[in-house]
Design a protein around this ligand. Structure first.
Ligand SMILES: NC(=O)c1ccc[n+]([C@@H]2O[C@H](COP(=O)([O-])OP(=O)(O)OC[C@H]3O[C@@H](n4cnc5c(N)ncnc54)[C@H](OP(=O)(O)O)[C@@H]3O)[C@@H](O)[C@H]2O)c1
Length: 242
C-alpha cells in the first residue's frame, strides 16, 4: 500500500536522504522546510504527483495548524507517517546560555514538532490510520558533548515525548519511535574542526561518521509495516558510540 509521509527539514542533509529513501519505498512525500532547495526541487520535477512541498518556518509555532494542516495537508489525503527531522543546533557553553536563542531552538526542535504531532494524530484518528511517528534524536542526548548541553536537552525532550505518545496512542495503532543518530557529515556539523571530528570518531566502534543513508533506512523501517510491533523505542544508528 502506498503511504503519505510528512517530513520536516527536507531541503538538505538527513531530511533529503529520508525523502529519497521514502520515495524509493514507493511512498509519497509531503515535505517542509524554509526553502525549496535545488535538490528537493529535482525530486519534485522527477515525480510531480508524489512529491509535495510547503515552505514554512517551524519557528512560527502558532501558525502550524493553519499553514500545515490548513494550506498544505487536506483531510482528503490520509497521513501514514510523520518524520520530525528539522532542527537547529545552538551550541555554546552553559555558562554563556542566552535565553532568547534557547527559546528559538526549542520552538523549532520541540514545540513545533509537538504541535505537528498533535495534528498528525488527529488526522490519523479521523482517517482511521494506524500511522507511525518518527523523531530524529541525537547521540549527544546520551553521551554528552562539551557545548551541546542546550541542543541535547531538546532531543531528550523529544525522546520523552515520543515514549509517552507511544503509550498514549498505542491502543489506536499509532506508533512513536526515535532514531538516535550519531555524528553525520552535514551542514549542521560543518563548523567542527578536524580535531573535534577525530575525537568523536575515537568514541565510536566504526571510527567513522554515521551515514545519513543508514539513518534514513532505519526511518523507512520504522514507517513501514515491518515495524508494526515496534513502538516507544529509541533505535541507535550512531556507528556504535561507546
Ligand atoms: N548532523 C549531525 O551530526 C546530527 C547528529 C545527530 C542528530 N542530528 C539530527 O538530524 C536531523 C537533521 O539534521 P542535519 O544534520 O541534516 O541538519 P541540516 O543539514 O542543518 O538540515 C536541517 C534541516 O532542517 C531545516 N530547518 C532548520 N530550521 C528550520 C526551521 N526554522 N523551519 C523549517 N525547517 C528548518 C533545514 O531547512 P531550511 O534551512 O531550508 O529551513 C534543513 O532542511 C536534526 O534533527 C538533527 O538534530 C544531526
Amino acid at each position: 500500500m502506498s503511504k503519505n509521509i510528512l517530513i520536516t527539514g527536507v531541503s538538505q542533509g538527513l531530511g533529503l536522504s529520508v525523502a529519497r529513501a521514502v520515495l524509493a519505498a514507493g511512498w509519497n512525500i509531503y515535505g517542509v522546510s524554509r526553502r525549496l532547495s535545488p535538490e528537493f526541487a529535482e525530486l519534485q520535477r522527477g515525480l510531480p504527483g508524489r512529491v509535495h512541498f510547503h515552505a514554512f518556518d517551524l519557528g512560527r509555532v502558532d501558525a502550524v495548524k493553519e499553514e500545515l494542516f490548513g494550506k498544505f495537508l487536506s483531510f482528503d489525503v490520509p497521513l501514514h507517517g510523520f518524520v520530525n527531522n528539522a532542527a537547529l543546533a545552538y551550541d555554546d557553553l552553559v555558562s554563556n546560555l542566552d535565553a532568547a536563542r534557547l527559546r528559538a531552538m526549542y520552538d523549532v526542535n520541540v514545540f513545533a514538532p509537538m504541535m505537528i504531532t498533535k495534528h498528525v494524530i488527529r488526522h490519523m484518528l479521523l482517517k482511521q490510520v494506524a500511522g507511525s511517528l518518527v523523531h530524529i534524536s541525537s547521540i549527544s542526548a546520551h553521551t554528552g558533548y562539551k557545548g551541546l548541553a542546550m541542543y541535547a536537552s531538546t532531543k531528550g525532550a523529544l525522546e520523552a515525548f515520543s515514549k509517552n505518545t507511544a503509550r498514549e496512542w498505542g491502543e489506536r495503532g499509532i506508533r512513536s519511535n526515535c532514531v538516535v543518530a550519531g555524528f553525520m557529515e552535514t551542514a549542521m556539523s560543518a563548523t567542527l574542526t578536524a580535531e573535534q571530528r577525530e575525537k568523536i570518531f575515537r568514541r565510536n566502534a566504526l571510527k567513522a561518521a554515521t551515514r545519513p543513508e543508514s539513518v534514513a533506512a532505519t526511518v523507512v523501517y520504522l514507517l513501514g509495516d515491518g515495524a508494526a510491533s515496534v513502538t516507544g523505542q529509541n533505535l541507535f544508528v550512531d556507528a556504535g558510540t561507546i
